[in-house]
Each structure stands twice: as C-alpha cells, then as structure tokens.
Design a protein around this ligand. Structure first.
Ligand SMILES: *Cc1c(COP(=O)(O)O)cnc(C)c1O
Length: 412
C-alpha cells in the first residue's frame, strides 16, 4: 500500500520492504486501544498479530520489565538466574499433559525450529506430516512445514520429507502417519490461514495415530495459546495433549519470547550444546512472561476470552444477518475469531483506519480478530457498529458486484 505511506518515512527508506505497511504511526497503547502520533485512538483488533493478550502497556508487565531491567538485563543460559527460575516454577504448574521440560527461545518460528529438531533427534526419523493452511513461521525449517506457496516458493529447496495433508481430514492424516514419521505438526486452531478450528475427533485421531507408530505429536500454540480460546491452551478444548508444544506471541506481554515444551523422555535425549540460543531465557523476558501469565490467570482473562468471545461472535453474526451480501461466515473460539467476507478485505481494512479500527486480515477475504483479552463489551459494540458502517459504505459504493482489489500479504 505504498501510495498511502509518507514516502519520507525513515522506515521506508531503510527497512528491507518486507512488511505490508499501513499509513499510521503508532506511539502508545493502553488495554485494547492504541494511539497514533497525531493523538487518534484506535481499537486494536490485531493486537500485534495476537501478541497483546494482556493488553497494551500492561502495568504488571511494564513494572516487571522495569524492575528486572534495573537489576539484570542479560544472563546466558549457561548461568543460573533467579528470574528464569521463578518463571519456570510458575510455568511448570500450568503445562498440559506430560509436558514437563521447556526450551526457551525468542519467537514462534524459533520455537518450531527447536520442536522439529527435537522430534528428529528423539525419533531418529525425518518424515514430518503437516497440514494444508498451516503456518509455523518463516525460518527455513519452520517454513518447510508452512503451507502457503507464496512464502515457500522463492526459498526452495526447503527441508525434505514434509508431507501435507488436508487440515481436519483424519482419514488422510492416519494414512500419512507411519513407522517413518518423526512427527506431526499442527495448529489446534489455524490462525494465519483464516481461523480454522480442528473438527471434532481430529486431534484425538492424530494423537492415536502418532502414539501407535511411536511418532511425536507437536501442537503449535503460538497463536492459540495463553488463554486466547478461553482455555490456557487451545488443545485443552479437545482434551488432547501433545508430546511437544510451542508457544510465543502472547507469552510475555509483547516482549519477544517463546518456549518449546517437551516430555521428559524427549528432553532426556537432548545433549548440552545440541541446540541453544544466546537470548533464550533472558531475565527481562522471563520477568515479563511471569507477570503476563499471572495476569492471565488471576485477571480473569480466560473467562474474558470465553464470555466476550461469545458476545463478539454473536454481534458479528448479527452483522452477517444485516449484510448477507458481504459477510459469508463468522467462526472462531474465544477471542480468536474471523469473519469471512465475499469480497477482498483490503478496502475494509483501509477504511477501518478512518473509523478508528485497526483490523487484521487472514488471506484475501478473511477479517481476523485477535484483540487483547481485556477488550470490553462496549469496545466490542463499537467495533461491530463501525464495521457495519464501513460495510454499508462499501455496499452502497458497489451496488452490483464486489470490488476486486488485490489482496494483502504478510503472515503471522
Ligand atoms: C505467528 C506464528 C508463528 C511464527 O511466529 P514468529 O514469532 O513470527 O516467528 C508460528 N506459528 C503460528 C501458529 C503463528 O501464529
């Protein structure tokens, strides 16, 4: 969207042009709101692509970051550290199933990179099963399990042995999982490709098929984790636990951080030095993550995700009733929602800025909603009212056919 951006913005002059840019400059945030450099207030439905789970500039996280930064900003994983220990103590009580050891890194892709390496080492096998519509990040290993050709093609060859199966198809997945399979990697709810929820029985069948063949099951909860769906981990909605789970995005109130959680038997095969990260387990990140997790658990955020998610979904369905020509489907769980439109969402997103909304897309025609879990009902009402106004404008401007603006590109 180059035409909308101030061409003199230093970001455009100096950054490699890899991000789809929108013409606003954000300078601060509070809860579900963000503010630009001319003081305009926006409701943030993007939440930094799902990062701002505890709200922007969350006070508990900001205080924890500040306190820790004044004490110690860096401590390599080869030395013990009190902030890391204290976060591990809390996190270990909230992992699911048999997960009992974690490896710390700094982003979702890195967490998945580690998951793939751990799975190869622990299983002694190379084959991976992933799914259509999957998004696991853009580093070469993670990218190899990411489905979208647009992200893959320019960088081939990627790592070999990845087989893609239609998401949600248990039969095809069971067929693909065999004695050569190292692991199956899956998002319990696919985010980037437009909020697709695992159908009933799907994750369970992956669990059974992987166990049967001594293959590992990896859940990528980078987007769905930390309360987004109303449970701490999305997989808990289906009562299925993985052998490896990755989390990042909302983990530390916006500070870069991630973990790869594994069972004890997987942990036991890894040797010192085989996989490390200079920043992984950084004390400031650990302090932020501890404050964020405490806030999620004691601040009622799981309940918020459930109740306000249901309310938001109901209001979006009303929008669909009023605008059947534009809204095809509303779906999601908790505050991980989507409205699939019959038109490209680009125009709607651009108009959103004029209506004080920061919207997020997922592909050509899906609006994705990943607001902070502190968003209020009143804010949700405002969002739906403003969306209704925007859609009304678009419909009256194009009384016959849908517009054919080209789509957006990004990922996350
Ligand atoms: C965002 C995302 C990633 C990649 O995370 P980065 O921090 O951008 O590397 C991986 N998996 C899922 C499910 C994601 O939503």
């Amino acid at each position: 969207m180059k035409e909308g951006v101030n061409p003199k913005n230093p970001e455009d002059n100096f950054l490699v042009p890899l991000y789809q840019k929108f013409p606003i400059k954000i300078v601060k945030g509070a809860g579900a709101l963000i503010y630009d450099d001319i003081g305009r207030e926006y409701i943030d439905l993007s939440g930094g692509y799902g990062v701002a789970i505890v709200g922007h500039a969350n006070k508990s996280v900001a205080d924890a970051v500040s306190d820790q930064a004044h004490k110690l900003i860096t401590c390599h994983g080869s030395l013990y550290n009190d902030a890391r220990e204290s976060y591990l103590e809390l996190l270990s009580r909230h992992l699911t199933g048999d997960l009992s050891r974690v490896y710390f890194s700094n982003s979702g892709a890195e967490a998945n990179e580690a998951a793939i390496k751990f799975a190869r080492k622990a299983s002694g096998r190379k084959k991976l099963v992933a799914f259509s519509g999957s998004y696991h990040g853009k580093t070469l290993g993670a990218l190899s399990t990411t489905w979208n050709q647009k992200y893959r093609k320019p960088f081939e060859p990627l790592i070999e042995g990845v087989q893609f199966v239609p998401f949600g198809n248990s039969e095809k997945a069971i067929e693909a999982i065999d004695a050569e399979t190292a692991a199956v990697i899956v998002e319990p709810i696919q985010g980037e490709s437009g909020i697709h929820i695992s159908p009933p029985g799907f994750l369970q069948s992956l669990r059974e098929a992987t166990s049967k063949h001594n293959a590992l099951l990896i859940f990528d909860e980078v987007q769905s984790g930390f309360g987004r769906t109303g449970k701490l981990w999305a997989c808990q909605n289906w009562d299925v636990s993985p052998d490896i789970m990755t989390a990042s995005k909302g983990i530390a109130g916006g500070i870069p951080f991630a973990f790869t959680a594994v069972t004890e038997s997987i942990s036991d095969v890894m040797k010192a030095g085989e996989h490390t990260s200079t920043f992984g387990g950084n004390p400031v990140a650990c302090a932020a993550a501890k404050a964020a997790l405490e806030f999620i658990l004691s601040g009622g955020l799981l309940n918020n995700a459930r109740e306000r998610g249901e309310y938001f979904m109901r209001r979006l369905n009303q929008l669909k009733t009023y605008h059947p020509r534009t809204v095809r489907e509303v779906r999601g769980l908790g505050l991980m929602l989507a409205a699939e439109l019959k038109i490209p969402v680009k125009d709607i997103i651009i108009k959103g800025f004029d209506h004080n909304l920061v919207l997020l897309y997922a592909g050509l025609n899906v609006l994705r909603f990943l607001p902070p879990l502190v968003i209020t009902r009143e804010q949700i009402d405002l969002v739906v009212d403003r969306l209704g106004a925007i859609i009304g404008q678009v419909e009256s401007a194009a009384p016959q056919a849908a517009s054919s603006t080209p789509g957006l590109t990004g990922g996350g």
